[in-house]
Write a protein that binds this ligand. Structure first.
Ligand code: B12
Length: 215
């Protein structure tokens, strides 16, 4: 089988087929990461382009997102890997208020766990109060926020300013990401780091924890 086939069924939103093909690809010896990159994410890229060009609409995108999740169910335990005994650090992550996108955030959360982070996931539409409560309870080294809309990315700025004012970011670093977010935007709003994707985000999170340890 070809991983391209997984992408093709994801593009037409066929969750059942995506799930079966993902399982078969694993049985055939493909790595979880290759299936993710060349199958599921390759398909999701096309969905994004079609949506942008108005070739498909929200209901179709939602169906594709479900197909993505059906495949991810098989990959998640493998991508998470064997969690190390000593935790890399703690991270509170959430998609900000007003934003319901969670596929990218879930991937970041997963890779953080795979690299030994203890992750507290606030889900989607996480209010500032939710972040505040969770930071107070868990005292994470990393506060990670995801935003996929130009209208919700500004919420990250409000969150950072408020959290900082309340002293909740002492001993913690802020990592942000999401399709409309850039490194420049991260600097402008006072975030400590920006991750273009889940891999880069995880690497940045590790660097930030290291920088906290060095101080
Ligand atoms: C799937 C999808 C949906 C699904 C979401 C399903 C779900 N459970 O998440 C549904 C159908 C629900 C949806 C709804 C809407 N969507 Co939508 N959606 C998408 C789509 C096609 C793909 C997003 C996706 O999952 N990509 C795959 C993942 C893996 O990639 P990713 O999310 O970018 O995440 C990666 C990186 O960004 C990064 N990352 C993400 N978060 C974080 C966080 C940290 C800390 C770090 C380090 C990194 C990081 O790492 C991730 C993994 O590598 C995008 C198109 C696009 N090109 O992004 C539009 C898109 C984001 N949606 C868009 C819009 C407009 C909407 C709606 C407002 C539409 C409407 N009129 O109702 C609503 C939003 C409702 C709301 N209040 O949130 C626009 C946003 C435009 C803008 N600039 O603001 C986009 C860009 C489409 C477009 N071109 O118009 N959507």
């Amino acid at each position: 089988m070809e991983l391209q086939e997984i992408a093709e069924f994801l593009i037409i939103g066929h969750a059942e087929r995506v799930e079966i093909l993902t399982r078969q690809a694993l049985e055939a010896g493909y790595s979880a990461n290759d299936i993710l990159q060349q199958g599921l994410l390759a398909g999701m890229d096309v969905v994004g382009i079609q949506f942008k060009n108005c070739e498909i609409f929200l209901p179709e995108v939602l169906t594709c997102a479900r197909a993505m999740k059906a495949g991810m169910r098989h990959l998640e335990p493998l991508l998470r890997g064997s969690t190390t005994t000593s935790s890399t650090g703690k991270c509170v992550i959430g998609t900000v208020k007003g934003d319901i996108h969670d596929i990218g955030k879930n991937l970041v959360s997963l890779l953080l766990q795979a690299s030994g982070f203890e992750v507290v996931d606030l889900g989607t539409g996480a209010s500032m109060e939710k972040f505040m409560e969770s930071i107070q309870t868990h005292r994470p080294q990393i506060v990670a926020m995801s935003a996929m809309l130009t209208t919700t990315m500004t919420q990250m700025e409000t969150n950072i300013a408020t959290l900082r004012k309340q002293g909740l970011l002492e001993g913690a670093k802020v990592l942000i990401g999401g399709a409309p977010v850039t490194a420049q935007f991260a600097r402008d709003i006072g975030a400590d780091a920006y991750g273009r994707d889940a891999m880069e985000g995880t690497a940045k999170a590790r660097e930030l924890v290291q920088s906290l340890k060095n101080h």
